[in-house]
Design a protein around this ligand. Structure first.
Ligand code: FAD
Length: 104
């Protein structure tokens, strides 16, 4: 059996991965853009990386936060300088995880 998913934003990608992990359903993801990530992606414009939407993933659900932290672990950072080299996708925020680089 297959599942057709429209959109490779966070919702479509997580749905596809959950289907692969938990079922025999084969997900097929269609994305209208040339890049995946939806409005959560970072684009490179003239050498500058720009976040279209958010800068740090956040959910009120601890289960959802853990799901994302499992596949995109938070980078350890001890200084503002490290922050400059940190990919936006690794700068996740959670009330349960010491993931605020600026707090170090
Ligand atoms: C200004 C702004 C700031 C934000 N800040 C944060 C933040 O700090 N932290 C946070 O966690 N969240 C933030 N968000 C919210 C976050 O960006 C969204 O919750 C998240 O991107 C939603 O994911 P999604 O997969 O549902 O939709 P989207 O990210 O919108 O992805 C949908 C995808 O589907 C594609 N698509 C649409 N129609 C079709 C079609 N017919 N066929 C094929 N592909 C299609 C689109 O091209 C897109 O890639 C912010 C959003 C905005 C706009």
């Amino acid at each position: 059996m297959i599942a057709v998913i429209a959109g490779a934003g966070p919702a479509g990608l997580t749905a596809a991965l959950e289907l692969l992990r938990r079922s025999d359903v084969t997900p097929i993801v269609f994305e209208a853009d040339s890049l995946v990530g939806g409005i959560s992606k970072t684009v490179n414009h003239a050498g500058n990386r720009m976040d279209l939407g958010g800068h740090r993933f956040f959910s009120k659900s601890d289960w959802v936060m853990k799901w994302w932290q499992d596949i995109l672990p938070v980078a350890r950072s001890n200084s503002h300088r490290d922050m400059a080299t940190c990919e936006p996708s690794c700068c996740m925020r959670s009330k349960d995880v010491n993931s605020n680089p600026l707090a170090a």
